[in-house]
Design a protein around this ligand. Structure first.
Ligand code: A2P
Length: 279
């Protein structure tokens, strides 16, 4: 599997298996096992998804050496702050049945519960991330749903630059200014909802391009993501789709088709504003 290299030198498989909205039951378990069987070696979960235990069990049962699987989790909103980060991270390790994670992210920059003090709270949270990183419990640390002003505030006290910013990126929602800001700091943009939670898949321009390449609309979206230098995290519980979502390395979209897809503004809604989300 192709990979990106994070700013601290850690390799990360170029397509990850997203688990947002993946049930914490047999269906979710089977999907993760199937994804691993198909060759996925990068699984993206979060404390807030409520399925870390299922991810941990599936990874363990797969028999694939832990060192060959890249595991990401994210700090849930109520767990911000130095001590809360440390204690909730310990629980994440237990649920994932591992003694380290490859990547740990601050899930949201401005949780409702800390909205009046988010700058200070993020600074303290990041200190905990830095100490877990120094202790070898996390191989790379990063952020999610951060906009430029959240990143600027974090960088005023951070000692370690975030390695990634995981944001919503799909055809029609390419967040150009934020992506440029991330790149200027060497931060890899990870794409959640790379299929626009499925909404992009029926857009005529996408289905036409898919027919031309003999690929599915989902494969076109994932390829668009990769050719933009994003790291896509498609989610599916359907075996045929899981397999297809990794089969994206044998074709290249032309510059003209990339441009057409990038130009599909508004076809799949927009990323939520982290300063006003009700959580
Ligand atoms: P399902 O999980 O039922 O297979 P995103 O990754 O942008 O959040 O999109 C996830 C949605 O897209 C889910 O509803 C998922 O359905 C669907 N999906 C994922 N992969 C494919 C695919 N290859 N073809 C069609 N739909 C897909």
């Amino acid at each position: 599997m192709e990979h990106y290299t994070l700013s601290n030198g850690v390799p990360i498989p170029a397509v990850g298996f997203g688990t947002w909205q993946m049930p914490d039951n047999e269906t979710g378990y089977d999907a993760i096992r199937y994804a691993l069987d198909c060759g996925f070696r990068h699984i993206d979960t979060a404390q807030g998804y409520g399925n870390e235990g299922t991810v941990g069990k599936a990874v363990r049962d797969s028999g694939i050496p832990r060192s060959e699987i890249f595991l990401t989790s994210k700090l849930d909103n109520p767990n911000h702050g130095y001590q809360n980060t440390l204690s909730s991270f310990a629980r994440t390790l237990e649920l994932l049945r591992t003694d380290y994670v490859d990547l740990f992210l601050i899930h949201w920059p401005n949780p409702l519960q800390f909205r009046s003090t988010w700058q200070q709270t993020n600074a303290e949270t990041w200190q905990a991330f830095e100490s877990l990183y120094a202790a070898g419990k996390i191989r790379a640390i990063g952020i999610s749903n951060f906009r430029t002003h959240h990143l600027d505030a974090l960088l005023s006290t951070a000692k370690i630059m975030p390695a990634v910013n995981q944001i919503r990126l799909c055809p029609g929602d390419s967040q150009d200014a934020l992506v440029a800001c991330c790149r200027s700091h060497g931060i890899l943009p990870e794409a959640y909802s790379p299929l626009g939670t499925g909404q992009v898949l029926t857009v005529p321009a996408i289905t036409e391009i898919a027919a031309k390449y003999g690929k599915s609309p989902a494969q076109i979206c994932i390829r668009w993501s990769l050719q933009n230098g994003f790291l896509p995290l498609p989610k599916s519980v359907t075996p045929s789709r899981i397999r297809e979502n990794l089969d994206v390395f044998d074709f290249t979209l032309s510059a003209a088709d990339m441009q057409t897809i990038t130009g599909l503004t508004g076809c799949a809604g927009a990323a939520k504003d982290p300063d006003t989300v009700p959580w």
